[in-house]
Ligand binder design. Structure first.
Ligand code: SF4
Length: 346
C-alpha cells in the first residue's frame, strides 16, 4: 500500500492556539474547575482528552457557577454570551480564532454603516451563530442558492456578503456567484473570509486526490472543514471516508491492499490520530509513506490578551509560552516498530 500524506494537514494556527489556551488555563488555575463554552474545537479526541483532565464543556453559561472560569471556544461567541458571562462575574478567557474575530469585526463595521449582511454558511454552526449575534437585526444566513429568493432585502445597494471561515471554496463560490447575479451591487468582504487553513487543506486534496484510489480524512463529523475535505475528494471522483480514528477503519475498503491512499486531517484533528491510521494500514498491508509538500504555512497566533494579562499578574512571561504551530513530520518515533520508507515530494 502506498500512503500519501499532504502538508498541510491537521492542526491550524487557530486550533493550536485554542488547545494551548486551555492547557495554559489548567496550569494557571490548579485545583479549580475549568469550563469551556462549547467544544473548544470540533474534535472528539481533543475534547475527550480535556474532559479527562477535568475540563467541563457546557452549552449554557447557567451551568457555570457565579465567579467561575470559562474559556470561549475557537468558533467565537455572540455579544449576548459575552454579556451573560459578565453578568455572572465569570473569569473569561477568549480562545476565539483571530480569523473568526476578523469576520465579527466586518459584521460590526458593515452593520454600523447601514448594510444588510448576507452571511454565507451553515445556520446551526457555532461560528455562524456567533457572527450573526454581532448584528442580528440585519444579518441573514444563506446556506445555498435556493435561499436567495426568500431573502428580505430593503435596499440592494446596501448589501454585503460575508462567509463562514471553514466553507468549501467551491460551494461558497457557487453561492457567491448566485448572490452577485441576484444583487449586482453586493459588496464583498475586503479579503476572503474563508481562512488560509481551510483553503490550503482543500487545495492539497483537490490536487492529490485524483491520483489516489481512496482518501481518508481524519476528523470528527461535526468538524465543518473535515466534512468539506471529504466532499471535495468525492467531487474530484475519488472515494473518501471521514473517520475519527483508526478504530473506524474497515480493511474491506482496500480490496487489493495495494491501493494508493491519501490521508489528510481536518484543522482540529491531532497528528497522532493520523499516525495511528497509517500504522494500522501499514501493519495490515505493508507499504510506504510519501509526504507531499503542497503549501508551506507559517501562521501562528499569540495567546489572547486577557490570558496574557493573567499570566503577567502571576509572574509568567507570555513570551516564554509561545503558542507555536509546527508542520507535522513523519518520523520513525511516531510509528514505532512499523518499517517506514519515507519519501518527500514537493
Ligand atoms: S480553521 Fe481557520 S478560522 Fe478555524 S480555527 Fe483554524 S485558522 Fe481559525
Amino acid at each position: 500500500m502506498h500512503l500519501l500524506l499532504p502538508n498541510p494537514r491537521g492542526f491550524c494556527a487557530g486550533v493550536r492556539m485554542a488547545v494551548d489556551v486551555i492547557d495554559q488555563v489548567i496550569e494557571l488555575f490548579p485545583g479549580q474547575t475549568i469550563f469551556c463554552y462549547h467544544e473548544i474545537v470540533h474534535n472528539k479526541h481533543v475534547v475527550g482528552r480535556f474532559q479527562h483532565n477535568g475540563v467541563k464543556f457546557v452549552e449554557d453559561l447557567d451551568e457555570v457557577p457565579q465567579g467561575g472560569i470559562i474559556v470561549f471556544s475557537a468558533h467565537g461567541i455572540s455579544p449576548a454570551i459575552r454579556k451573560q458571562a459578565a453578568d455572572r462575574k465569570l473569569t473569561t478567557i477568549d480562545a476565539t480564532c483571530p480569523l473568526v474575530t476578523k469576520v465579527h469585526a466586518e459584521a460590526i463595521r458593515y452593520s454600523r454603516q447601514g448594510y444588510q449582511i448576507l452571511l454565507v454558511g451553515h445556520k446551526h454552526h457555532q461560528e455562524v451563530i456567533g457572527t450573526t449575534g454581532e448584528a442580528p437585526d440585519v444579518t441573514q444566513v444563506v446556506e445555498s442558492p435556493d435561499d436567495i429568493p426568500n431573502l428580505r432585502i430593503h435596499d440592494a445597494s446596501k448589501l454585503v456578503y460575508l462567509t463562514q471561515t471553514t466553507l468549501s471554496t467551491d460551494d461558497a463560490g457557487v453561492i457567491i456567484t448566485a448572490l452577485k447575479a441576484a444583487f449586482p451591487q453586493i459588496k464583498e468582504p475586503p479579503s476572503s473570509d474563508i481562512c488560509y487553513a481551510t483553503t490550503n487543506r482543500q487545495h492539497a486534496v483537490r490536487q492529490l486526490a485524483p491520483h489516489c484510489d481512496m482518501v481518508l480524512v481524519i476528523g470528527s463529523r461535526n468538524s465543518s472543514n473535515s466534512v468539506r475535505l471529504t466532499e471535495i475528494a468525492k467531487n474530484v471522483g475519488t472515494d473518501a471516508r471521514l473517520l475519527d480514528d483508526a478504530s473506524e477503519l474497515d480493511f474491506a475498503w482496500f480490496p487489493t491492499g495495494k491501493e494508493r491512499v491519501l490521508i489528510t486531517a481536518g484543522a482540529s484533528a491531532p497528528e497522532d490520530l493520523v499516525a495511528d491510521v497509517c500504522r494500522a494500514l501499514l501493519t495490515r498491508f505493508g507499504g510506504t509513506i510519501e509526504t507531499a509538500d503542497i503549501m508551506p504555512e507559517d501562521v501562528e497566533f499569540a495567546a489572547p490578551g486577557n490570558l496574557r494579562k493573567i499570566m503577567i499578574e502571576r509572574g509568567i512571561d507570555p513570551a516564554t509560552r509561545r503558542f507555536k504551530i509546527e508542520s507535522p513530520v513523519v518520523t520513525q518515533a511516531l510509528y514505532g516498530a512499523v518499517p517506514l520508507t519515507i519519501s518527500a515530494k514537493p
